[in-house]
Design a protein around this ligand. Structure first.
Ligand SMILES: Cc1cc2nc3c(=O)[nH]c(=O)nc-3n(C[C@H](O)[C@H](O)[C@H](O)COP(=O)(O)OP(=O)(O)OC[C@H]3O[C@@H](n4cnc5c(N)ncnc54)[C@H](O)[C@@H]3O)c2cc1C
Length: 456
């Protein structure tokens, strides 16, 4: 496929295999040294055609509900729907050959408590309820859950005001939270370092996100069909979706395509004022698991959707540091040039450049701050500010990164901080399943199913 797109971009020709065989001739006359390239191309063409022609369309199918995207959001919606409506057939498709390859399998695994957000936000409501529902799900099914709690520490006196604001928000959202002094903090987490006060959140915990996703998928009811390796391509007419494998006739369409949710919505004429830009999160491992007993977070900059470099205690007792949140240049830009798409690159860099120039959502500060975290030294320094002692030799290597799908309002060029959904006549599009959507997922699924149940 890479070779194929390379050849397409070299020739500037968008159809493959070429319908016009003379296209190569036109290249040949313009530069003699391209003769070799032409010969090579002609020899290679049948091979490449053969490579793409092993595609065998599968039988078309019909389904009452088609869900595009089998991340935590799509799967919990499928689960909720199938529990409420055993009479409906539900099909979930995902373009990847296995589950949890994107955000749902590449996050911190923290089950948040819900004190960062003001009570008027969807995030506050879904995080508080989602924490309880996800915790219950893990306990009921014996999935790994580390109920370690978390402390939020102030790096200097200027952060105490914001710490109090977090407490106010938590109280308003009904979250169990305690403001503690330095002595109490030392009892809770001996290695945490704060200035005067810290916030203690006993209901923050950790799960293994990949395990949760796999468990939900494996235990879906029999009216749900999960098709992997099947990519949504277009919606040529109402009630019909074309995928990489076939056409699927549907009664209702749900878009939970994560990093591509905006693109899918655009096929339905929805989400037009939005685009998603990717933010890459890097983690570093810390080799001594006894460094901390609980999660340690800094006081966040609440103008920015990310929570800052923190210590996460994983379900198996390890310690992870991070993540960063650097604007990146294509959606699945996990490493090197993998998954590079020129059109995506051009579009994303255009928005990032415009946000940088206009400095909307304080984008310049965010970019400079986050880029520095790509360098291990700065990330380590940020982490060191949250603890009393840390051994420089125990900082390990970078771990598997994750990429957040962050929605941008293209009119105001601002980052959208809360969940956004848009509804068509018989489609629903989840445009901003923003962090902590993993924590929120069970609650969010109820919200979506409540919304669409009347139309089914
Ligand atoms: C670094 C990082 C740390 C985070 N930490 C936390 C945390 O600690 N706690 C928390 O609660 N949340 C956290 N989050 C947020 C959380 O992981 C995400 O919000 C959540 O996983 C989003 O789920 P999703 O189902 O919308 O997206 P995804 O998991 O990305 O799923 C979308 C799916 O759609 C598929 N897809 C895309 N396009 C198509 C198409 N055209 N056809 C078919 N399939 C398609 C993809 O293959 C993918 O599997 C974090 C996220 C990141 C990146």
């Amino acid at each position: 496929m890479v070779v194929k797109s390379l050849m397409i971009s070299l020739s500037g020709y968008t159809g493959f295999p070429p319908k016009d065989p003379f296209i190569f001739k036109r290249f040949a006359v313009s530069a003699p040294h391209l003769k070799w390239f032409r010969t090579f191309f002609l020899l290679l063409a049948p091979l490449l055609t053969a490579q793409t022609s092993d595609y065998m369309p599968k039988d078309n199918i019909n389904t009452d509900i088609l869900i595009v995207g089998g991340g935590i959001v799509g799967l919990t919606i499928a689960r909720e729907l199938s529990q409420r409506r055993a009479d409906l057939s539900i099909t979930v498709i995902d373009k990847e050959p296995s589950l949890a390859l994107h955000a749902s399998g590449r996050n911190s695994g923290v089950v948040h408590a819900g004190f960062y957000y003001t009570p008027d936000t969807l995030k506050a409501r879904f995080t508080v309820e989602g924490n309880k529902l996800l915790t219950d799900y893990c306990l009921e099914h014996g999935l790994k859950l580390l109920q370690c709690g978390k402390v939020v520490v102030a790096r200097d006196e200027s952060e105490l005001k914001m710490l109090s604001e977090l407490k106010r928000r938590g109280d308003a959202n009904g979250v169990l939270l305690e403001m503690v002094g330095e002595v109490e903090l030392a009892e809770l987490e001996p290695n945490a370092l704060t200035t005067g006060k810290a916030l203690w959140s006993p209901s923050t915990s950790t799960i293994n996100p990949g395990e949760v996703v796999e468990h939900i998928a494996a235990n879906l009811k029999s009216n749900v069909r999960l098709l992997l390796g099947e990519e949504f391509l277009s919606a040529p007419e109402d009630g019909v979706a074309v995928t990489s494998q076939r056409s699927i006739g549907y009664g209702y369409f749900i878009n939970t395509a994560g990093l591509y949710a905006d693109k899918v919505a655009h096929h339905f004429g929805l989400g037009r004022k939005y685009t998603l830009i990717p933010f890459k999160g890097l983690y570093m491992e810390y080799l001594d698991p006894t460094l901390v007993k609980r999660h340690i977070y800094p006081v966040p900059d609440l103008d920015n959707p990310f929570l800052g470099v923190h210590y996460t205690k994983t379900v198996d007792g390890k310690v992870k540091i991070g993540p960063s949140a650097t604007p990146t240049f294509w959606r699945e830009n996990y490493s090197g040039m993998k998954n590079f798409r020129p059109s995506e690159f051009a579009e994303i860099i255009n928005y990032e450049a415009r946000m940088f120039l206009s400095n909307s959502s304080n984008f310049r500060k965010l970019t400079f701050e986050e880029i520095k975290k790509h360098f291990g030294k700065y990330l380590r320094r940020q982490a060191a500010r949250l603890v009393r002692s840390v051994d420089i030799d125990n900082f390990g290597s970078f771990l598997r990164p994750g990429i957040r799908a962050q929605l941008i309002d293209t009119d105001s060029l601002t980052l959208v901080m809360d969940f956004v959904v848009e509804e068509g006549e018989r489609s629903m599009h989840v445009l901003n399943a923003v962090s902590p959507a993993f924590t929120c997922s069970f609650s969010f699924a109820r919200f979506i199913v409540d919304k669409i149940e009347g139309s089914l």
